[in-house]
Design a protein around this ligand. Structure first.
Ligand code: SF4
Length: 355
């Protein structure tokens, strides 16, 4: 059995680890010890788990591996952003994760799918189509491998935040995303505060409700236009999941206190950058406590739309502020290495594309 055929332990809950331990003839409490090695001590091999019996370790390694896989390529931006390529076993497309240092913090933008089904007009990932869901282990591997690099001094800061804004629609792979969030936030896992995690989505309604009720992560909704016809042109998912219905659902939950709700708004010249669009957006999100992130567009091959001017973005922001909506223009990071919003494209296993 080669490594690819072994079952990764990362992503497993203590109950599942107890069952794996029992199968290997280890006492059940060894499940808790394995969880500690994986999530607290960050072991990268089963052999490092020195408080397990030698016989138990020998049995475990036949069927299981820790599941950490280093990135196969990286590109470093002039602004310190680093884009990593991670293998997605058995999919035609590898996936990208983006490390964004900021002062003494660092955010990792993780992928949840190899490609995406949502076909947003402005997105490189959308243009590649869908090549499969990542497992919770593959999502967690992006976090644990990059954090391990920071622990070894290869990156400036340990990870402080995770955003599910890389390749894929997280709510299209909800079980794996929820499991990854569980491991990141559980006391037996990495014990992170859920306030360090943001899930960005187009707003699949049933799954959004499950995510809001099943986790405490922050939520970001990709809106990009408050006008249904225009949004449907930009984001075909508007047809199945109208953004008005998404906002109606969000009004049922409290985002004014512990939990943050944001609206993502990529802005294009002459498309969605007028004050009329700002007013429509303010009306759309009324009663939700959402804040608006205005995101500069980055030109990508095959898309003719152009970025809005800074003056128009500022006027849009100011109009929203006048209407009582908190709005900011997000600083662009990693554009020179194609790591900014909408630019992630993964790598086809059949191509020679360099990162
Ligand atoms: S913007 Fe997000 S949801 Fe839309 S195609 Fe790209 S990855 Fe998918």
């Amino acid at each position: 059995m080669n490594l690819d055929e072994k079952t990764p332990l990362i992503g497993m809950t203590p109950d599942e680890l107890r069952a794996a331990a029992a199968e290997a003839g280890l006492p059940k409490f060894a499940g808790g010890q394995i969880a500690q090695w994986l999530y607290e001590k960050r072991a990268d091999s089963i052999e490092q788990m020195t408080n397990l019996s030698n016989v138990g370790v020998a049995r475990l390694v036949v069927q299981y591996c820790v599941g950490l896989q280093e990135p196969t390529a990286k590109a470093v931006s002039a602004d310190g952003t680093v884009k990593f390529l991670f293998p997605a076993t058995e999919r035609a497309l590898d996936v990208e994760a983006v490390y964004i240092p900021d002062g003494d913090r660092a955010t990792l933008c993780v992928s949840s799918q190899a490609g995406c089904k949502m076909a947003c007009e402005f997105c490189m990932t959308g243009k590649q189509g869908w090549h499969g869901n990542l497992t919770a282990a593959e999502i967690l591997n992006q976090v644990l491998s990059v954090d391990a690099m920071a622990m070894r001094g290869e990156l400036p800061n340990r990870l402080t935040n995770i955003v599910f804004m890389g390749m894929g629609e997280p709510l299209d792979n909800l079980p794996a995303v929820m499991r990854a969030i569980d491991v990141l936030t559980a006391k037996w896992g990495l014990a992170w505060s859920p306030k360090r995690i943001t899930v960005s989505t187009i707003g699949k309604l049933r799954e959004l409700k499950q995510l809001i009720e099943g986790t405490k992560a922050h939520i970001a909704i990709s809106v990009h236009s408050a006008m249904p016809q225009l949004r449907q042109k930009l984001m075909p998912a508007e047809k199945a999941y109208p953004v008005r219905d998404v906002m109606r659902l969000l009004r049922n939950y409290d985002f004014a206190h512990q939990r943050r709700l944001s609206v993502e708004y990529i802005m294009w010249r002459g498309v969605n950058d007028s004050l009329r669009h700002a007013e429509a957006l303010a009306k759309l999100i009324e009663g939700t406590s959402a804040r608006v992130n205005i995101i500069p567009f980055h030109a990508i091959p095959g898309v003719e739309m152009e970025p809005a001017s800074m003056a128009d973005m500022e006027a849009f922001r100011d109009r929203l502020n006048d209407l009582g909506v908190t709005a900011t223009i997000r600083a662009s990071r990693g554009q020179d290495i194609m790591a900014a919003c909408g630019m992630l494209a993964g790598k086809s296993k059949n191509s020679n594309k360099q990162l």
